[in-house]
Ligand binder design. Structure first.
Ligand code: SF4
Length: 509
């Protein structure tokens, strides 16, 4: 048997979920009294992250299945970070999720209780766990959708967090469900894409997508199709197989694709079918049908910003651009108020770190669009801002080589001032090779780095070009391995002019 790495040894000796009933006692004792494994590993099973950059100020990552939340839930989150004063903020993540920053350990027990009261949880949202399950951000209101992903995603989450769910995966695991022609999901370990089999709409299974510092892959067809009602049990079967068979010796070679490589796709498929039989019964396993992986996803994700007609006559979603996904208590409270006042109270988050207010009647649109918050969270962001995605950066993350969000914000604003860009250009900014900002998915990807300038090492970025989430998806490739931040606006200006048809704006006389 392979030697367990250090993290695996800590996980084998204790499951972080068992900290839940002891959270009050731990917080009363103070975070400084906690051992390293509790602080940096086990607490993440409850969604609680120790942050070395802000010792004593913790992050809490929630689970928001399909990116759906409501105004009452958002109010609870806003109150939690409001109590943190200038330390408090929140980020919309690239998994349609929210993470809260600046919390004290003693804030956690009452916050967990408050979350439960409004139907939220932070359970198993970090470290080696099945992460927030994503879906079509427009599910249920989308005139273009094939299927509403919300109930499917909810049922997958219930199965994954239930008593049969995994407690000790070898690595994190991303699951997503597509419901529309623009549901690009090949960056997930397990993605269900809408597909027909013999005239019946169900899902074809894609496996093995992930980004990391070592390797980047798009998911590949597993060669199976299944009906919608089988998604939760099938997800459970895949996770249980991965929990049993995934490598636990080298954390750099542990994501699902490495397991598929090790055993071969045909063997992996056969083992998953067997695992499914054990979860759902042999008869249910017959629901799995061989499939060539052809699916209905055929174009890049829509920009959700702006006013759009829902499938429900007379109702609209209003998509708001949240600069770099960063939220503060007052803007969250205001967002909740707008959702309640002008819509049904429903909100959605997108993987491009933006938010939308759902169910706004035609006669309420004008008043909503006149609200002061919409001067900051615009419905008509520029072609670069609309889908600029950024990871946390060095304000909160000790791995970051650059201040990602503030750099992205400043550079995007400067480029939009200088250039007329004829169409949206997706930029993905990430602070280090861990690639949380998904740089390989951007038409332009930017990764924090160091470069030499005038004899000194300075903050810089690697630039990647050519990522596409359209019909023929591909990962961006390295274009330049070190542009100093001070030279970045000029370098990107040149790229946008030469490759994306941008034109310099006429300067005022
Ligand atoms: Fe931190 Fe690097 Fe991830 Fe950004 S990509 S959040 S810097 S680990």
């Amino acid at each position: 048997m392979a030697t367990l790495n250090k993290v695996e040894q800590a996980k084998a000796s204790f499951c972080g979920l068992d900290l839940a009933p002891r959270l009050g006692e731990l917080s009363a004792a103070g975070w400084e009294s906690l051992d390293e494994a509790t602080l940096t590993i086990h607490l993440k099973w409850l969604g609680i992250f120790f942050r070395p950059v802000t010792p004593g100020r913790f992050m809490l990552r929630l689970r928001l299945p399909n990116g759906v939340l409501n105004a009452d839930q958002l109010d609870v989150l806003a109150e939690a970070i409001d109590r943190c004063g200038s330390h408090g903020s929140a980020d919309i993540t690239t998994r349609q999720n929210i993470q809260l920053r600046g919390l004290l350990l003693e804030d956690m027990p009452p916050l967990m209780a408050a979350l439960e009261r409004v139907g939220l949880t932070s359970r198993q949202s970090g470290h080696d766990n099945p992460r927030n399950v994503t879906g079509n951000p427009l599910a249920g209101i989308d005139p273009e959708e094939f299927i509403d992903t919300r109930p499917l995603v909810d049922r997958i989450q219930a199965a994954v967090l239930g008593p049969e769910g995994p407690r000790n995966l070898p690595r994190k695991f991303n699951v997503a469900v597509g419901g529309a022609p623009d549901s690009f999901l090949l960056h997930n370990d397990l993605a269900f894409l809408p597909a027909f089999n013999d005239g019946t709409l169900g899902f074809t299974v894609m496996v093995g997508g992930f980004f990391s510092a070592q390797r980047n892959e798009l998911a590949i067809p597993l060669g199976l199709w299944l009906p919608a009602d089988q998604l939760p049990a099938f997800t459970l079967a895949v996770l249980r197989h991965y929990e049993r068979q995934g490598d636990r010796s080298n954390r750099n070679k542990t994501r699902l694709m490495y397991l598929i490589d090790a055993v071969g796709l045909d063997t992996y498929r056969a083992e998953v079918v067997e695992s499914y039989g054990a979860v759902a019964g042999a008869a249910a396993a017959l629901a799995l049908v061989p499939h060539d992986g052809t699916h209905l996803v055929c174009r890049a994700p829509r920009d959700i910003c702006g006013v759009h007609a829902q499938k429900q006559p007379g109702l609209h979603w209003v998509g708001l651009h949240v600069p770099m996904g960063r939220l503060h208590a007052d803007s969250m409270t205001d967002l909740a108020r707008l959702a309640r006042t002008y819509g049904s109270g429903g909100l959605r988050l997108s993987e491009s770190q933006n938010a939308l207010i759902a169910d706004v009647p035609s006669d309420r649109l004008e008043a909503l669009l006149a609200e002061p918050l919409l001067r900051h969270f615009r419905v008509d962001p520029g072609p670069l801002a609309a889908e600029a995605v950024s990871c946390t950066g060095n304000r909160y993350c000790s791995f970051a080589l650059i201040p990602t969000k503030s750099t992205a914000q400043a550079v995007v604003e400067e480029l939009e001032r200088r250039l007329e860009v004829p169409h949206g250009v997706r930029t993905h900014w990430t602070g280090c090779p861990n690639a949380c900002g998904q740089p390989y998915m951007g038409a332009i990807g930017l990764m924090g780095a160091k470069a030499r300038k005038d004899g000194a090492m300075v903050e810089a970025v690697k630039v990647f070009l050519g990522g596409s989430m359209a019909a023929d998806p591909r990962l961006a490739e390295l274009h330049d391995k070190g542009i100093p931040l001070s030279e970045l606006p000029e370098a990107l200006e040149q790229i946008l002019v030469e490759r994306f048809g941008a034109r310099p704006r006429a300067l005022p006389a």
